[in-house]
Design a protein. Structure first.
Length: 297
């Protein structure tokens, strides 16, 4: 998820300021994956090349809460009490305020697949939440009405899946080969000294300018930014699977030069320190409970 906040692209201090404001109103924000109940399921087979999963996230009862949604390189189509929307890829963490007991339903695109499906360059949606009817027109309102009238959350998920299947024939193929190669290259997590652009243009045989343009169209930002985000996600995954390990080990295994590098990147992308991240994830996904979470990266 993301929030409609274009200032993210211009103000490096935005995440810290937003977190401070959230703390004053609702207390310290929790990482999204540690708050409430989160579940994923595989999309219908026909959608698997475009979508990574269908998911639901139910907030705790009681009082409204602010959660920290860490960037993962993905875009989502979501439904909530506010209606249907497209959530563009985030460069840094978002801090949405959600009502108590709110249930959000979503379909998560594979990294690089959203622009082709939506026929809209992702650079126009980076860090923003856009009402779906602005992209799909009246059809989005009809889908939204069916989801609102559904009797249960599983039924709403079924309505969303059916709507996506109904639009499959109009969708363009998944991302072009250079973007697929770019994502695969960055997901491997090679040495931090690599220049993603220079290495990729050499491997793919395209120009640096073309690859950069395609990245902003299909990813929402450049390859270096996606590389930073995927490296952070490797750190989060390591925290969940090895809650008792040292930050120094987790940093190196995730692809950081050292623990200081991890600290700078974690602060810049999330506003949390690595220790805060590790503490929250260990409390929720400690030994014996890690298998209950299905990673979103």
């Amino acid at each position: 998820m993301g929030t409609s906040c274009p200032a993210y692209d211009k103000d490096p201090g935005a995440p810290e300021r937003l977190q401070q404001e959230a703390r004053q109103r609702l207390g310290p924000p929790a990482l999204a994956q540690t708050s409430g109940i989160y579940r994923e399921q595989s999309p219908p087979a026909a959608l698997a090349s475009h979508f990574k999963c269908l998911w639901l996230h139910r907030m705790p009862d009681g009082a409204p809460s602010t959660i920290a949604v860490v960037p993962d390189g993905c875009s989502d189509i979501i439904w909530s009490s506010k209606g249907l929307a497209i959530v563009g890829p985030d460069r840094i963490a978002a801090f949405p305020e959600l009502p108590a007991g709110e249930t959000i339903i979503g379909a998560r695109f594979r990294i690089g697949a959203a622009a082709s499906w939506l026929r809209t360059p992702l650079r126009e949606m980076t860090g923003q939440t856009v009402p779906l009817h602005l992209v799909w027109g009246p059809a989005a309102n009809e889908i939204e009405a069916r989801m609102r009238d559904a009797a249960s959350t599983p039924e709403r998920l079924g309505v969303l899946a059916a709507a996506l299947l109904g639009r499959l024939s109009a969708a363009e193929p998944p991302p072009p080969p250079d973007i697929a190669a770019c994502v695969a290259h960055l997901q491997v997590g090679r040495s931090t000294v690599d220049d993603p652009i220079r290495t990729l243009v050499h491997e793919i045989g395209t120009s640096e300018r073309t690859l950069r343009r395609h990245c902003h169209e299909h990813l929402g930002y450049g390859a270096k930014t996606l590389g930073r985000i995927l490296r952070l996600q490797r750190f989060l995954a390591a925290c969940r699977s090895r809650p008792g390990d040292t930050l120094a080990n987790l940093a190196v295994d995730a692809g950081y030069a050292d623990q200081a590098h991890l600290a700078r990147e974690a602060r810049g992308l999330t506003s949390f320190t690595p220790r805060e991240i590790q503490r929250q994830l260990a409390a929720r996904f400690g030994i014996g409970r890690v298998e209950n979470f299905r990673t979103t990266t």
